[in-house]
Each structure stands twice: as C-alpha cells, then as structure tokens.
Write a protein that binds this ligand. Structure first.
Ligand code: F6P
Length: 370
C-alpha cells in the first residue's frame, strides 16, 4: 500500500507523546492545544499511548477545558509507549509469543481515519526516528524534542532535563549531611544512558567529589587516590555522582536487562558495581542511592514549563507554515527548528576536553580519567 502525501488546508491536528515520559510533556500538550484552537481555529486530537494509540486508533478530542491546570502536572495526560514503533511493532500471537511487524502503512491509514491532517510528535531520539520514517512516507509531521538526558544534538536543551537536575541536586544536598554524619562514601546513581549531562550538572551544583560519566571510562586507581587525598586533607566522607551509563576503562555499562528488537537494554547497577570494586581498596563504609524514575516524575520546574510552552506554540506555528519534517529546538535563547533527521541518532555528548569538564577539574572534582 502506498500513501499519498496529505495536502490542503488544515482543520484538525493530532499530538502524541512517545518514549519515556518527562516533566513538561503536559505543558507541551497544553500549548499545542491552546495555540491550535486560539491561534488557528483548528481542532486538536490527542493520540493515546504514543504510537501504540496510532496503531490501535485510540484518540480523544482535546479542547480548552481538557488542558486546564496542566502546567504543574508531571507525566503525560495522553500516556506514552516505549515499545510501539510503527516500523518494528511487537504483535502478540494467539500462543502468547511475539512477532515484530512493519505496521507503518496501517498507522498512516489510521491517522487519516482520525481526520488528523498534521501530527505533532513529542519524543526523544527513538520517536523522532519513527516520525522521520512516517514523514518520508508522506505524513505531515513536526517534532518536539524530549528527554531528561538532554542528549539530543538537534537542540541545546530538551525540557525535563532541568527538573531532573533540580531533583538530583536536592538529593545530593541531602546525601551530604548523612554521609558526613557517618563518615561514609555515598554513591548516587543518576540517569544518563549515553551522556552524563544530569550527572555533571547535579554533581557540580551539589558539590560532588567524584563525577562519573558515560563519556569518560573511569580508572579505579584515580578514584581510590582521590579518596585518599580527601582523607589526608582531613575530610572523612565523600559524595560520588555516577551516571547510569558510566563504565570502567576497558569495561562495559551495567545492564539489568538485555534489549531486543523492540526495546533498549535496561541500565542499572553502575554505582553498586563501583562500590563493590572499591570495597577492598578503601576503608570507608559505602552506601548507594539510585534516584531512578524519581528524576522523571512530578512537577516540572518553571524552566521546563516555559520551554515546553515555547516548543508547543512553535510546533503549531511550524505546521501553519508547512514546516513539515522539522523539529523545534532551542539555540541560545531562541526557539527555531531543524530537520527531524538531525534529532535521529545524533547524540550530544559532554566533551571530555571541553569547558564543563575543565570547570569540574578546576574545582577539584575527580572525573575518573585525566
Ligand atoms: O532516555 C531517558 C531515560 O530516562 C534514560 O535516562 C533511562 O535509561 C531510560 O529513560 C529509562 O527508561 P525506562 O523508563 O523505560 O526504564
């Protein structure tokens, strides 16, 4: 089945949220809805559970009352799905086993059946790759970049990151007092699969002694030496911030569950593994705190509400200007846009030789490698 590109004036748009949730998604949904209705007189349809709702044709009308009181609300009122990919969709067979199928043509048909003439896809790298694929098959689509990891190269900041950093920094502040009281090393594991933006930002803001990033494989000897130096200077506790994607030099990431064709591997245990490795080499008692999804849940910060609102409004304006196949972004203080393809599989990493790492080292933080 081939799909003719949609054309003609817009009367109804759709919005969906895909991938892992993050604080600020509801601000985007609210802004998209309000801008479309108030600015252009369009109808808005919210597709439920990301691309799963596209495949299952599950959607609901969004009007002004339905997006009231959303700015403070975490998560996404539309729901999301991590596994639903139109190009590799997991279908359950009668015997309970799963097969993976390309259902993209069905998804495009469903979008037409819903009367959706242009779609706003709010998501990370995975959702943007799906959006790009559907765009290439004729869908009128614009993207809004989202991930607490802040690792999309297409934008300076994704919403959700700021909230995650605030949550992690508050946790680190709290860990300081208990670590000090008990003369312990506390290792705080934060999210960040490929990029250590949350670890670096919260670690610097929270005054961590050791910050370990996916970008810098760590040498255990350097960490032991850093602890010894601190002890020699009379300080008998330390705080380590460990990104979930941190790995030892020559080693691999800590994985809780392997990935497959429809889902990525589940990371976890990087801090615990390091604590076990250090046990025999230093005298300190150690404790591990894994912040996990606490970083993703709850009320977004003002920064993320504002960024989500700006993104949502600009995404609708892009549709009005026929800027299909583009993703909204933030460069400096300005909202603009880039081709969606720029948000697919182009990860923004911390430069080990860059300014942020230099700043960390300048204030005495051990990053695990020179
Ligand atoms: O990509 C954002 C992220 O929060 C990663 O930091 C983390 O590895 C992943 O999502 C966790 O995903 P899930 O909620 O599916 O376990």
């Amino acid at each position: 089945m081939t799909t003719a590109p949609a054309s003609g004036p817009i009367k109804r748009i759709g919005v969906l949220t895909g991938g892992g949730d993050c604080p600020g998604l509801n601000a985007v949904i609210r802004a998209v809805t309000r801008r479309a209705i108030l600015g252009y007189g369009w109808e808005v349809v919210g597709i439920e559970d990301g691309f799963q709702g596209v495949y299952e044709k599950r959607a609901r009308a969004l009007d002004l009352p339905s997006v009231r009181e959303l700015l403070t609300r975490g998560g996404t009122i539309l729901g999301s799905s991590n596994r639903a990919n139109p190009f590799a969709y997991p279908i359950k067979r009668a015997d309970g086993s799963e097969e993976v199928r390309d259902v993209s043509d069905q998804c495009l048909q469903n979008i037409r059946d819903l009367g959706v003439e242009a779609l706003v896809v709010v998501g990370g790298d995975g959702s943007m790759t799906m959006a790009q694929g559907l765009y290439e098959k004729g869908l009128r689509v614009v993207g809004v970049p989202k991930t607490i990891d802040n690792d999309l190269a297409a934008t300076d900041y994704t919403f959700g990151f700021n909230t995650a950093v605030e949550v992690a920094t508050e946790a680190i502040d709290r860990l300081h007092t208990t670590a000090e009281s008990h003369d312990r090393i506390i290792l705080c594991e934060v999210m960040g699969r490929y990029a250590g933006w949350i670890a670096m930002a919260s670690g610097l803001a929270g005054g961590a002694d050791v910050i370990l990033l996916p970008e810098i494989p760590y040498q255990i000897d350097r960490i032991v030496d850093a602890v010894k130096r601190r002890t020699a200077s009379g300080v008998t506790y330390s705080i380590f911030v460990v990104a979930e994607g941190a790995k030892p030099a020559g080693g691999d990431v800590a994985v809780l569950r392997a990935g497959d064709k429809t889902q990525q591997e589940r990371l976890g245990g990087a801090a615990e593994r390091l604590a076990r490795e250090l046990e025999s080499r230093i005298e300190y008692e150690m404790r591990v705190t894994v912040l996990g999804h606490i970083q993703r849940g709850g009320t977004p910060t003002a920064f993320d509400r504002l960024l989500g609102t700006r993104y949502g409004v600009h995404a609708v304006d892009l549709i009005a200007q026929s800027g299909f196949g583009r993703v909204v972004n933030l460069r400096g203080n300005d909202i603009g846009s880039a081709p969606i393809i720029d948000a697919c599989r182009k990860i923004k990493l911390i430069d080990p030789a860059g300014q942020l790492c230099a700043t960390a080292r300048a204030v005495g933080v051990e990053l695990g490698a020179p």
